[in-house]
Ligand binder design. Structure first.
Ligand code: GLA
Length: 390
């Protein structure tokens, strides 16, 4: 048994005094390229990280679900048939949200006890929340024996986050967590979730995550504002050129956007410009990976950062510093902010044999410049979610 699950089993027994019968586990994810393209029906390239979150538990009699998190050293209980959002333990909302969404789909979940344990860094833009949702869904599927494929699990976990937790994220995080494969990047056409494919990363390069530790400010509000700007821009293109059948910015190319420029506000145009060019970069990135062209891929990542910073407006001083410093260090092919933005982490594509030195130098220079101790992770592209009987 995997070390994390073994620990979760023993923690479960300590708290609940029995052995768990089932488990689910899911990784955090990193967005390699494709910034805010997901809810615009565009393209992404992502990877699971080799840090995971496990949920182990067993069914019990009665109506009450009891959950305990070792990470937060806190527990909560709720009616399994009728979960209600809570303020005291926000992490429980991700679990309840999945149960609530499964019920919307006609899947009934009975009472259970569960222990949650993981090593996905929190607040680092690595989607510990998606990992918790997806691990919960795999655990519940194993324990209750309903059938649901991993893509449907990802979609339902996204719905849980949108409609129960109240965060309007796209599909990237949950899809990557559910569908990733070791040592590969997953490519997704977010318009058609069956259109996914995998690109080997190769041993010549490593992905390095650099958490800026910049304090997140008003991330959800800012995220929604960007989303709205994208949707408005798409609506204007649709109105101006109905024959183009635009529903999302995915359907807009640079020429069409420029033809609509004067009909939209400056802010909406700038946001749309990023999305339209970013989709092209993701497609070019997938091609570069096929050729083993890491210089090309790195260049696209760096261009993606510049676009997020200059057109999309979701960078931050700390993210820009982390990227600029990285690009000066030997072995770095490319660097960019990853995830929602405004804080969180950057993702760097680095020559394998220089990766350790790169990480050390980047940490030293960032600390010196920004006066915050960053967290730098070299990681292997990990496996997607799993679950089963113990
Ligand atoms: C967050 C969201 C994702 C995606 C990224 C930006 O991580 O949860 O759905 O929109 O931001 O690409």
């Amino acid at each position: 048994m995997d070390a994390l699950i073994t620990r979760a089993v023993s923690e479960f027994s300590d708290i609940f005094g029995e052995k768990p019968s089932h488990f689910g586990d899911a990784p955090g994810r990193v967005e390699v390229i494709g910034n805010h393209t997901d809810y615009n029906h565009g393209f992404i390239l992502a990877s699971a990280i080799d840090r995971r979150l496990a949920v182990v538990g067993r069914p019990v009699d009665g109506e009450t679900a009891r959950v305990y998190s070792r990470t937060f050293n806190s527990g909560a209980s709720f009616r399994a048939a009728d979960p209600v959002k809570m303020k005291e333990n926000p992490w429980v909302n991700y679990i309840m949200g999945v149960i609530w969404q499964l019920r919307n789909k006609g899947v009934k979940v009975g009472a259970f006890d569960a222990m949650i344990l993981g090593d996905v860094p929190l607040g680092a833009g690595l989607s510990s929340s998606a990992a918790l949702e997806v691990a919960t869904a795999f655990f519940l599927r194993a324990m209750n024996g309903f059938s649901m494929d991993p893509i449907a699990i990802a979609v339902n976990c996204q719905a849980a986050e949108n409609n129960f937790v109240g965060m309007n994220c796209g599909i990237l995080d949950q899809f990557a967590s559910a569908m990733a494969q070791p040592e590969r990047l997953v490519f997704l056409d977010c318009r058609n979730l069956d259109a996914y494919s995998y690109y080997p990363l190769g041993s010549a390069v490593k992905l390095v995550i650099a958490n800026t530790k910049a304090p997140h400010v008003l991330v959800d509000g800012a995220y929604n504002r960007l989303r709205e700007a994208c949707f408005r821009a798409a609506r204007i293109c649709a109105e101006k050129f109905p024959e183009k059948r635009v529903t999302h910015l995915r359907d807009v190319d640079p020429e069409l956007l420029d033809a609509c420029k004067n009909a939209m506000g400056e802010e909406d145009y700038r946001r749309a410009h990023h999305i339209v060019t970013e989709n092209a970069r993701v497609l070019a990135g997938a091609e570069a990976l096929t050729r083993g062209d890491y210089k090309g891929m790195g260049g696209l990542m760096t261009a993606s950062h510049a676009s997020s910073r200059d057109w999309f407006g979701n960078s931050a001083t700390e993210l820009d510093a982390m990227v600029d410093l990285a690009l000066e260090i030997p072995g770095c092919y490319g660097a960019r902010l990853s995830g929602g933005g405004f804080g969180g982490a950057t993702i760097n594509l680095v020559e394998s044999d220089k990766a350790e030195d790169f990480a050390q130098t980047l940490a030293d220079r960032y600390r010196e410049k920004i006066r915050i101790e960053p967290e730098i992770h070299l990681f292997k592209a990990g496996a997607g979610a799993g679950g089963g009987a113990l």
